[in-house]
Every structure is written in structure tokens, then in C-alpha cells.
Design a protein around this ligand. Structure first.
Ligand SMILES: N[C@@H](CCC(=O)N[C@@H](CS)C(=O)NCC(=O)O)C(=O)O
Length: 363
């Protein structure tokens, strides 16, 4: 299955890596460099860390520009006293965070500007455009651990974003991206514009690719981010392992998209929650050490999707990520220092791949 990569796993394998501190890798010592060390913080604003006021989808024009978050699914390491990439502008002393739900009707989304967060804001924007379904959102600053507050974990027991509360259905709460996307389309996509009838084979196909995203693409690319980009200790083994596994997964997606426009659906496919579940991750491929040029079908699919106005709006909730592929490319083109850092990091990865005999292969 994973043969070449699997052979290079340490005895305890990725499970240990994902679970917590282990002597050789010392998760707790992982420190992401400060903003000055990164080329992509040029436009982060202090507002990255706020959004105290309620937002509804009607207030899109008042959203703050430029925010991002480095750790996505693995903030635990960054919560243990380490520095993290942060806006270079000083932060206001007091920035209030949400302390509870704010809406009385409709869907309330609790989210942050990360690949997992964007999947839900993208669907909600698409549902709004297609059906007029309105929603409210609040920014949950995962760097401040708002997602660990009791009011939040009562909604999302895993203490992570995204989560939704459906005020029109007895305040029913849903956590985990896949479950949110399927819940929302089951209840609010009656014409199956972004989904498939639940007993159809197309539904199963979409579900399979969403499961693949949840179990593979998201977790592996999240680790690639840490080892390739944010870990203070440069660990070649981890970098080549996770970037390598992410590349393998991109190869799988590229093959799926051969001759198709979208991941699931008859013929060339239909834009659906299967695509939405993955698009946020692909939008930060560069950050994770993945070169989209190696995966032309994925690149074409990515461009097709981000050109959709509703999806583009979803990518701006709570605010646009400065880690987007396009933004990083621009920064590197404009800032020689940023380019130098990126080249150094790339060399680290290339050397790591050589050191461990990494060879790209994908089914
Ligand atoms: N499998 C979950 C992953 C959720 C997740 O890892 N969320 C991250 C942000 S992308 C988070 O909330 N991290 C905060 C933390 O780890 O405390 C999903 O797809 O919804």
C-alpha cells in the first residue's frame, strides 16, 4: 500500500507522531519561526486575531483582509509556549473572542481561516447563492484556544473548528468537516446542486473521496506543513516522509481527475462537497512543499473551482489566507528575501529526499 514510505517509518509509526510527545521527535519543542522568518506575512493584520463582532454572510464587505494560520490541524504543538508565525504589526492588548453563540435562526458557523474551515464556508456561500440560504459566522481564533472553551466543546467535542449549529433544527450541532458538508446538503440542497441523492452510487463515490480527504490528504498535508515549513528543528526524515506522502496523495487525485472536471458525479463530474472538502488543502500546496505543476489535472481543477464567485467568497471567511499558493508566489516574486528563504527551504526538502532515498510514486 504505502510501501516505500512505510518502510521509512520509525518503529512506532505515524500514530506516535500524531499522538503526542515522543522522545526522539520531541513534539513539544516544535516551534514555528516568527513572522520575520517567513515570507508570507506581509499583509497579515492584527485583525487576524479578532472578529469579536458577529458576522452574517450579509456582512461580507466588512470582513477584515489577510489572515492565516500556520498549524491547521496540529496546533497542539504551537500551544505549548512556542512562538508562531504572527503578524509583524503589534497586536492590540485586548482582543475579545466569541464567548458563545450569537444567532437565533439559520446556520451559525464557527470557523477560522484554514483548509478545514474553508470547506464549510465555501459550501455555505454556494448554498446561499443557489437557494438564498443565509448564515452567520463567528471567527474562532485557534491560536487563542477559543476552540477549547467549554461553550465551544459543548458544540464541537474535539475542540477544533469547523463546527455549525443549526438554529432552525433545535440548535442541532455538527462537528467534523465531512459530517457538516453531508448534513448541510442533506437538509439544504434539495435539488442536489452540490451533492447526490443519498442512496445513489454517486453519493457513495463522493463519500469515498471525502473519507480519503479526512483520513489522508488533510492529516498528511497538515504534517507536511509542520515538518517542511514550521518546525523550528529541521528534521529531514519527517519532512520527506510527509511531503512525500502528500505528493503520493496528490498523484492519486491527479489520476482521478484525468478527463474529469470534478471528483464525483457522472460524466466529467459535478462540483460537489467532495471537491469542497479538498480544495482548501490544495489552495496551500506550495506552503506544504508540493509543486502543483507536477499535478496538471489537480492544477486545472483548482483553477476551475477558485474561479467560482461563491467559492471565492467562502475562501474569505473569516478572512483570506496569506498562505494561498497565489499569495506565496506573488510574495516570492516581489521580495528577494522571501525568495531566498523559500529556496533554502526547498533545498532542505530536496536534500532530505535524497538522504532517505525518496522516490515519487503514486498508483
Ligand atoms: N477532521 C477535522 C479536522 C479539524 C481540525 O483539525 N481543525 C483545526 C483547524 S484546520 C483546528 O481546529 N485546530 C485547533 C486545535 O488543534 O486545537 C475536520 O476536517 O473538520
Amino acid at each position: 500500500m504505502l510501501s516505500p514510505l512505510k518502510l521509512r517509518l520509525p518503529a512506532a509509526g505515524p500514530a506516535r507522531l500524531l499522538k503526542g510527545p515522543s522522545p526522539p521527535l520531541r513534539w513539544s519543542s516544535f516551534t514555528a519561526p516568527r513572522a520575520s522568518a517567513f515570507p508570507f506575512h506581509q499583509s497579515n493584520s492584527p485583525r487576524l486575531f479578532h472578529l469579536a463582532t458577529p458576522h452574517t454572510s450579509r456582512h461580507a464587505s466588512r470582513r477584515p483582509p489577510g489572515s492565516s494560520h500556520p498549524a491547521y490541524s496540529t496546533t497542539r504543538q504551537l500551544q505549548q509556549g512556542q512562538s508562531i508565525p504572527s503578524p509583524s504589526t503589534p497586536q492590540p492588548e485586548e482582543m475579545s473572542e466569541p464567548t458563545g453563540l450569537i444567532a437565533k435562526s439559520g446556520i451559525e458557523l464557527l470557523t477560522f481561516g484554514t483548509p478545514n474551515g474553508f470547506k464549510v464556508s465555501i459550501l455555505l456561500e454556494e448554498l446561499k447563492e443557489a437557494y438564498g440560504k443565509d448564515f452567520t459566522w463567528q471567527s474562532i481564533n485557534i491560536m487563542k484556544n477559543t476552540q477549547k472553551e467549554p461553550w465551544f466543546t459543548a458544540i464541537s467535542p474535539n475542540g477544533r473548528i469547523p463546527a455549525i449549529v443549526d438554529h432552525d433544527r433545535n440548535d442541532f450541532a455538527v462537528f467534523e468537516g465531512l459530517s457538516i458538508l453531508t448534513y448541510l446538503t442533506r437538509h439544504y440542497d434539495p435539488e442536489h446542486r452540490f451533492s447526490f441523492p443519498v442512496d445513489s452510487d454517486d453519493y457513495s463515490v463522493a463519500e469515498q473521496w471525502m473519507a480519503w480527504q479526512h483520513g489522508g490528504l488533510g492529516p498528511m498535508q497538515g504534517q507536511a506543513n509542520l515538518f517542511f515549513q514550521f518546525a523550528k528543528e529541521k528534521i529531514p526524515y519527517g519532512a520527506q516522509l510527509y511531503v512525500g506522502e502528500s505528493e503520493r496523495l496528490y498523484g492519486v487525485l491527479d489520476k482521478r481527475l484525468e478527463g474529469r472536471d470534478f471528483v464525483a458525479g457522472p460524466g466529467k463530474g459535478k462540483y460537489s462537497i467532495a471537491d469542497m472538502s479538498m480544495i482548501g488543502w490544495v489552495s496551500i500546496a506550495t506552503l506544504s512543499g508540493i509543486d502543483l505543476k507536477q499535478f496538471p489535472n489537480v492544477q486545472a481543477w483548482y483553477e476551475r473551482i477558485v474561479a467560482r464567485p461563491a467559492t471565492a467568497r467562502g475562501f474569505a471567511i473569516p478572512s483570506a489566507s496569506s498562505f494561498r499558493n497565489e499569495t506565496l508566489a506573488k510574495t516570492r516574486a516581489e521580495d528577494p528575501e522571501a525568495k531566498k528563504k523559500a529556496d533554502e527551504n526547498q533545498k532542505f526538502l530536496d536534500d532530505a529526499k535524497k538522504q532517505y532515498g525518496y522516490k515519487y510514486s503514486s498508483p
